[in-house]
Design a protein. Structure first.
Length: 103
């Protein structure tokens, strides 16, 4: 996509062209991640669609369930559902390379 030159306003803000927002599949109201990266030694600011992390295993996920605005991936949600404990849920669930372990 062709670069777009925009002036920063007094608060350091810019308006991101709609075509760029559409290319990263976001629309007004969506969350985005902004961070500093490096392009061949030159610092660049990156804007990308926010991706939720599973609060159990830490993997990036767009699937699964959301509870209290926190995402739990499908795999962890299934594991928790299959291994439901009736003792107040005091067990800690951790994900290893191949499976989930309960401690
Ligand atoms: Zn998970």
């Amino acid at each position: 996509m062709k670069p777009s030159t925009k002036p920063l306003d007094q608060q350091g803000r810019i308006v991101v062209p709609r075509a760029m927002l559409e290319s990263i599949n976001v629309e007004p109201g969506d969350y985005v991640d902004v961070y500093l990266d490096n392009n061949q030694g030159r610092p660049v600011v990156v804007l990308e669609r926010h991706q939720d992390l599973c609060v159990v295993c830490g993997e990036i996920t767009t699937e699964g369930v959301k509870i209290a605005n926190k995402r739990i991936c499908t795999e962890c949600a299934s594991y928790i559902k299959l291994n439901r404990v009736d003792d107040g849920g005091q067990k800690e669930v951790k994900k290893s390379d191949d499976n989930l372990n309960v401690y």
